[in-house]
Design a protein around this ligand. Sequence first.
Ligand code: GMT
Length: 375
Amino acid sequence: MKIAIVCYPTFGGSGVVATELGIALAKLNHDVHFITYKQPVRLNLLNPNIHFHEVNVPTYPLFHYQPYELALSSKLVDTIKKFEIDVLHVHYAIPHAYAGYMAKKMLKEEGIHIPMVTTLHGTDITLVGNHPFYKPAVTFSINNSDIVTSVSESLKEDTLRLFDIKKDIEVVPNFIDVSQRKTSFTDCQRELMATPEERIVTHISNLRAVKRISDVIDIFYNIQKEMPAKLLMVGEGPEREPAEQKCKELGIEEKVIFFGNSNEIDKILCFSDLFLLPSERESFGLAALEAMVNKVPVISSNTGGIPEVNKQGVSGYLSDIGDVKEMSENAIKILEDDLRLENFKAKAYKEAERFDVNQIVPKYIALYEGALAIS
Ligand code: GMT
């Protein structure tokens, strides 16, 4: 099949999933065309089945806001025609489903039918899409997609609750290439980060308010009072500066390393002992899954789709949003005992296997085939 994928190219779960999906499809000999404004961060083009088409938005002084949707839908029309694309798969409703719908309509005028699969990722529904300024357009583009998927049961429920949806929503969970992680690192070089007696605690996100970065720091503060420990903070975002300030005020700045954005997530997780994800909201929690596949147990909130990924008392522990006390106690419980930690690590990995690429990608392929059959 020839598949066009539209996604955000930046660090962020939806772009990562879309990129990994494209890579997996290319390995299965499908022809994959990424269409976005920048080469996705996790995409390397070393596969003859992977193509990247950049959307350029020419600036013009009359425009206060440059019309990205317009440029994207035009690029979609051109690319779909030129490469005879069979299926269009857009990740994140705003504005991708909207632009995809416009492209569909323009192509229809020329007698070309292109089925569109829309994958909802989370904030496009719960945070941004739900805003009254966007809601009618988001509802319209979901209802006019040929197939709609969501990354968790929880997100499906949220979508049906928040929008007037007339379409079925198929849950296709996010996934991870388990075999790739197995072979990536034989030596984690842990000694670069910490002394043998120190525990390594990690948080990875776009450091936005929804991630409750202040809770991450508080939990770590409680951990390091009980045992030698380091906190690795990976990612960039508006909460970074306040977090650095908070670490200074608490006198733990020597124990906390802020990495910024990194393409070496697996390497960092390879030497981590515990992952913290106390988010206010999370449709799935891909970062938690990435931790688990690297044998890192997870202390998280019990919000949204996280309970579908992190299993209570198995791959880690879940607590109510903001319950820093319980999260700290559970973190310490896992970290203070070598045997218990090893046990949690093994089980975290086992749970991650449920989301292996080989289990999930065939579901998308079946949906594409279904969409093609309808036309
Ligand atoms: O977490 C973010 O803020 C990034 C966001 C995105 O769209 O890239 O992540 C969302 O999609 C991910 C991939 O499906 C999910 O794993 C995240 O849970 C979801 N984030 C939220 O719902 C806040």
